[in-house]
Design a protein. Sequence first.
Length: 474
Amino acid sequence: MDFETVDLNSNYKIYVSTTNGDNYILPNHQSNLVTDINKKLDFNKIVTLPKKLLPKNYKVIYISLHTSTQCNMKCTYCFLTERKTDCHMDIDMAKKFIDDIIKKYPHADKYIVDPTGSGEPLLRIGLIAQIGEYCKIKSDEVNKEVLPMLVCNGTLLNEKMVDRLRNAGILFGVSIDGDKKAHNANRIDFSNNGTYETIVQNIKSIKDRTLLGAAVTLNARNTDLVNTVKHLNRYFPTISIKPVRSSNPLIGINASNLKNIVKEYNRFYLFILKKTLKGNLSYIAALLNGDDYWGKFLVRVILNHKIMTRCDAGIGRYSLASDGTIYACPAAIGIKELEIGNNQSGIDVEKQKRIGEILINRKKCDYCIAKYTCGGECMITSYYNQGVIDSKDEVMCEFKRHLFKLALRFKYNVMLKSKDIFQIIHDGCIEKVNRFKTDDELYKVLIKSKKYSFTQLKRIKELYPDEFKKIKKE
């Protein structure tokens, strides 16, 4: 038998192929028809995995810059036990890396530049603003979006700082773990004081929060997801919850607390489903709109998208450390096994190939029900929990399988109970995916008119759609 079943409710079961990830729903009274499922959906069809990962297949290239190692907070779950005081990243170094990556991978539809680093990026606002301004210049040069995005801790996000970031064209999110009690349990300053009140006061002063996102760290001390999302949705239209990277048994996800975390996700799922079916889509939109851990599973399940690898580390994503070393992703800074080159000689193809082989060689995932939605274990999580970059964590595997099943249940429950609401959510997922593709309409008008730069025309289209239509007709 090449499929597993997931109970939807007392009337339906979901059948999922362990061979290719296809899924199908049947009423329980038609369970005698399961033998026909293989024929109907071709459940036995083998997915052909690529022999190697090629950067040209990644349409979004991520360029990370390690601008800061210093921080004005000491979060209990931070994986950096020591912080270097010497960060030598400057604008020339940053510009060279951006230039080199774009030149090496001109095929992309979009480039995301992330200058967050491993500290608090706003401690180096001068450099951050320079990078933002350079991204505008680069966008006009290549006629594609080179978009700077960062996550800050929010403590320095006063009105002046917000204006400076937005004038430089930088999108930003804020790390915040929920209400005052949940946040202050882990996110403290060097005097052991909570930072919640400072951050929320800064957030409230931001007049336009349309593009503002919250980055929440799921940890053993902060598992009340319902309360967290209800609280943060007052301030943030986008909320991304991700598990902490920590082997500390009091903080990380492990065998002793997995049962409770699964229980909280079950409660969270029921809350999101109930609100959605009542027509309140703000909560599901908040999860789908950003980089939420379960939200990514939801988008893939709703759109029937299958993935071959968990991420694009070292293939579509490159991170420059302040000493000039290039790593496979921003969280890999300092991990020798994930070095893939340096800023002088460029990408080491052999090291890049080795990372690609680890990402794609997922024999340990064979026949897992969530294989084509999960993509495998994060190399960074593997390193911090197991000491190696390629391992299997049974606890995390069980956790992610559960999130996959909740995503399936959400999809089919909404489909069965309200096709109209499902269509809205489906269209929203498509819109999100399309954000990372080339805007063909904008590009055609840009080439035709020749009166505007890329950034000028993009701004006109976003803020003055009627004016854009006039330009399009000219």
